[in-house]
Design a protein around this ligand. Structure first.
Ligand code: AMP
Length: 512
């Protein structure tokens, strides 16, 4: 086949967004901007400052913070090895020895943070290398030289040559790292931070559940664990949702106790669950061992009757936790925040303690949680920092937007204010100047790049949803009087340049 024929046969590749990721397009992005702008405004009134943290961090940060047994860490993270810059590109057979030596040094110095199996993997690769080296130098013989070399390649590929990093599945761990790394315990406490941006989890995609999704979250770190802090954080989210006119908002709260009382409750729960094990589905049966609290999360119809009879954590809180919980409820009432107590609300992340909450909204089907949060007093310490109180939440921005759209909050396509219909070279120069002045004054302007017939220009202005067409032909330019056509009613009037700007400004102020 000739080269030309081969090229013809090759089908053009059709690229598509990766499963679970989405493109956000105008006009929807206008709504995203509105939501984010509102968050900036509302959170600032509560004294929160914005923080931007990296999209990827060391995997062990998430493993430590979120918990190795959680779904997020055990199966949903996007993880890869960030190869050490101290290692040359893949070595040749001749430089294998030196290469292994270097890897060993990097493991030892911590330059490549050591992990459990590193030593074994390195030893296996080195031994195999010796075997192959002997073969190649003729010192030994093998029936299966090919297999021996291939085994070396496989063992080499299995070596970890850098730090394991993950795309962030959530941001609380990063914010805590930042608090420690930047010595924020020296600042006036508590430190109040918020963030927004994409998170990544390899979940099964469905409506309201994506592999790249966006969260808007806030954290209060340090200072005290006064119940008023919990209540104020919740009040802030509710005020944010209120400003956005989110519909069907329902706040559920619970207390899941502390390191003192929760383990005792979990044991009690485990014992009760074991008694009814046969009546539970396979997921819940497994969770009896791994994480009995998660059984309470079950949505399985057949399990609901059984779960309703299980012991409730509110009845097993230690005195401090019980006092804290009732004070949080009182504080919410003082702020006029309406809540529902939900003893089954446990949340899927390991770091929560005491106050937990979740907010649902309408129009989302089964994925109706738009916000989850809670207190995580031990987390900063767990990550190597000083003992620090903490509470925060994360809002699922995708779901928030979906719910707003379902209730009719979708913004209309943003039309242009002015479409400049120019004709002739002289008018083109004037049109460029007019466009610049109008844009400086804040109007959105469409300036066609090439001359158009008058009828076509007006048709185009209409399609773009322009409010006005500014007509600039030779006559307008020589007279210094510009024609402005209001597209809604077809009326037309002539203005001098300054009058035109003034007129448009007035119309805008009147929102016409
Ligand atoms: P979490 O970090 O799991 O507590 O989740 C907080 C909020 O983020 C949830 O209430 C959801 O609104 C949102 N969220 C979590 N996972 C996803 C996902 N895969 N897709 C879309 N939104 C999500």
């Amino acid at each position: 086949m000739s080269e030309g024929a081969a090229k013809k046969e090759e089908k053009p590749r059709k690229f598509q967004a990766i499963r679970g990721t989405r493109d956000l397009l105008p006009p929807e992005t206008t709504l995203w901007n509105h939501v984010e702008q509102t968050a900036h405004e509302v959170f600032a009134t509560f004294g929160f400052g914005e923080i931007r943290v990296p999209i990827f961090e060391r995997t062990d940060l998430f493993a430590r913070a979120v918990g190795g047994e959680t779904d997020i860490v055990s199966k949903e993270m996007y993880t890869f090895v960030d190869r050490s810059e101290k290692l040359e590109p893949d070595p040749t057979i001749g430089s294998m020895n030196v290469f292994f030596q270097k890897v060993r040094e990097l493991y030892k110095s911590g330059e490549i943070p050591p992990e459990d199996q590193d030593e074994i993997a390195l030893k296996l690769a080195e031994d195999q290398w010796k075997k192959v080296d002997n073969l190649l130098s003729g010192m030994s013989k093998s029936e299966n030289a090919g297999t021996d070399i291939y085994t070396l390649v496989l063992l080499y590929d299995a070596l970890r040559l850098g730090t394991r990093v993950s795309l962030r599945p959530e941001a609380t761990a990063s914010v805590c790292r930042v608090y420690i790394e930047h010595g924020m315990q020296q600042l006036p406490q508590p430190v109040k931070l918020y963030y927004m941006g994409p998170m990544f989890r390899r979940e099964r995609p469905q409506k309201g559940r994506y592999r790249q999704f966006y969260q808007i979250g806030a954290e209060v770190l340090g200072g005290s664990d006064a119940p008023a802090i919990d209540a104020e954080v919740i009040e802030m989210v509710m005020m944010f949702f209120d400003r956005l006119e989110l519909q069907g908002v329902q706040l559920d709260i619970n207390s899941i106790g502390c390191r003192e009382c929760r383990p005792k409750y979990v044991e009690l729960l485990r014992a009760e669950l074991l008694k009814v094990k046969d009546q539970l589905g396979p997921d819940s049966q497994r969770r009896i061992e791994t994480n009995p609290l998660r059984v309470l999360d079950s949505k399985l119809e057949s399990e609901q009757g059984i779960i309703a009879k299980l012991p409730r954590i509110a009845d097993h809180l230690c005195e401090d936790c019980a006092t804290h919980y009732s004070a949080v409820k009182h504080q919410l009432e003082m702020r006029g925040v309406i809540y529902r107590e939900n003893w089954r609300l446990v949340r899927g992340l390991d770091y929560y303690m005491r106050t937990t909450f979740e907010i649902t909204a309408q129009g989302l089907g089964s994925q109706n949680a738009v916000c989850g949060g809670g207190r995580y007093d031990g987390l900063v310490e767990l990550l190597g920092g000083p003992p620090t109180k903490g509470i925060g939440f994360a809002i699922g921005e995708d779901r928030l937007i979906l719910s707003l759209q379902e209730s009719g909050k979708a913004p209309a396509q943003q039309g242009r204010d002015v479409y400049i219909a120019w004709m002739g070279e002289r008018a083109h120069a004037t049109a460029i100047r007019a466009a610049k002045d109008l844009r400086k004054a804040g109007f959105s302007v469409e300036l066609p790049p090439v001359e158009q017939k008058f009828g076509k220009a007006l048709g185009q202005a209409d399609k773009l949803g322009a409010k006005y067409a500014l007509i600039l032909g030779d006559n307008e330019v020589s007279e210094g009087l510009w024609t402005l056509k209001t597209l809604a009613d077809g009326s037309q009037a002539k203005y001098t340049e300054p009058d035109l700007l003034e007129h448009l400004r007035k119309q805008k102020a009147l929102k016409l």
